[in-house]
Design a protein around this ligand. Structure first.
Ligand code: CP
Ligand code: NVA
Length: 306
């Protein structure tokens, strides 16, 4: 049966360990210039309802490195944009390619798409989760600290899609996750309950200082995610005091690293000094999208037919 990645928890703890090892291996091969065409002639179609830089680039280059091909499809240019149903698009595109990636506004769109697709579907970001981002983030933390077990991660800002996936990661990584968000902008209750029910160590609070105390990793993201622009002013006001700046970073462990999935908004969720500073690993994190997703593609598309 085909397996999808709609949520980070579609991956087990054991699968995650294998994926990290494979990502490390593929990264080494790429840097050494050794060909690794593990998905020769396979095609991945990527449907985007929203803009993208990293997700598009990393999947396209990743498929190229693996000897396959990725097709960028803007949903507005497809018949989807003229009202063709998602289930029909899923059934038809499944007949041409070995895998599908979709970035959609509504998580339900991705769930419906996966239901009718006969090839594996990867969530390339929805309003609920960003599992591919977390794979890269976990890889970055694992490389930096040698393990993810007992690593203290502090999220400062909006309890959005990336934050929900971070919350879920606590159940498969052994990381301890503190979330500091203002009331009304905290991660989804069902996501928190799921993570905690599976043994994840997650706490939600309002105070960024409390969240980052002794943290090994400080993470943030935009205050206004794609699709949330209608309440722009309300959001900017609500997030005052949630900027990751030098004074907040000083409350974390002296060896803490700073992460951001990007795109960043300097002066809002993070200062220029912090993102450009010595503790920032955001460029390694962005690079790791490529290596983590290549490992994922090999796992998901590797044994399906052309
Ligand atoms: N982090 C991330 O997913 O970036 P893009 O929106 O540029 O793909
Ligand atoms: N939370 C951001 C992530 C972008 C990669 C958004 O949804 O816009």
């Amino acid at each position: 049966m085909k397996k999808d990645l709609l949520s980070l928890l579609d991956i087990s703890e054991e699968e995650l360990q294998k994926l990290l090892a494979e990502a490390k291996h593929l990264k080494k091969m790429k840097k050494a210039g050794i060909p690794h065409e593990l998905l020769k002639k396979k095609a991945l179609a990527m449907i985007f309802e929203k803009p993208s830089t990293r997700t598009r680039l990393s999947f396209e280059v990743g498929m190229h490195d693996l000897g396959g091909h990725a097709l960028y499809l803007n949903s507005e240019d497809l018949q989807l944009g003229r009202g063709e149903e998602i289930r029909d698009t899923a059934r038809v595109s499944s007949r041409y390619v070995s895998g599908l990636m979709i970035r959609a506004y509504k998580h339900q769109t991705i769930v419906d798409f996966a239901k009718y697709s006969t090839v594996p579907v990867i969530n390339g970001l929805s309003d609920r989760e960003h599992p591919c981002q977390l794979l890269a983030d976990i890889l970055t933390i694992w490389e930096h600290f040698g393990s993810t077990t007992d690593i203290k991660v502090a999220w400062v800002g909006d309890g959005n899609n990336v934050c929900n996936s971070l919350v879920l990661s606590s159940a498969i990584t052994g990381m301890i996750v503190n979330i500091a968000s203002p009331a009304g902008f905290q991660p989804k209750t069902e996501v928190l309950e799921r993570a905690i029910g599976l043994g994840g160590r997650v706490k939600v609070m309002n105070d960024p200082v409390e969240a980052v105390r002794d943290a090994d990793v400080v993470v943030t993201d935009t205050w206004v995610s794609m699709g949330e622009e209608a309440r722009y002013d309300v959001r900017i006001k609500a997030f005052q005091g949630y900027t990751v700046d030098d004074s907040l970073l000083k409350r974390a462990s002296p060896d803490a690293i700073v992460m951001h999935c990007l795109p960043a908004h300097r002066g809002h969720e993070i200062t220029d000094e912090v993102i450009e500073g010595p503790q920032s690993v955001v460029w390694d994190e962005a690079e790791n999208r490529l290596h983590a997703q290549k490992a994922l593609l090999v796992k998901m598309l590797g044994d399906t037919g052309v």
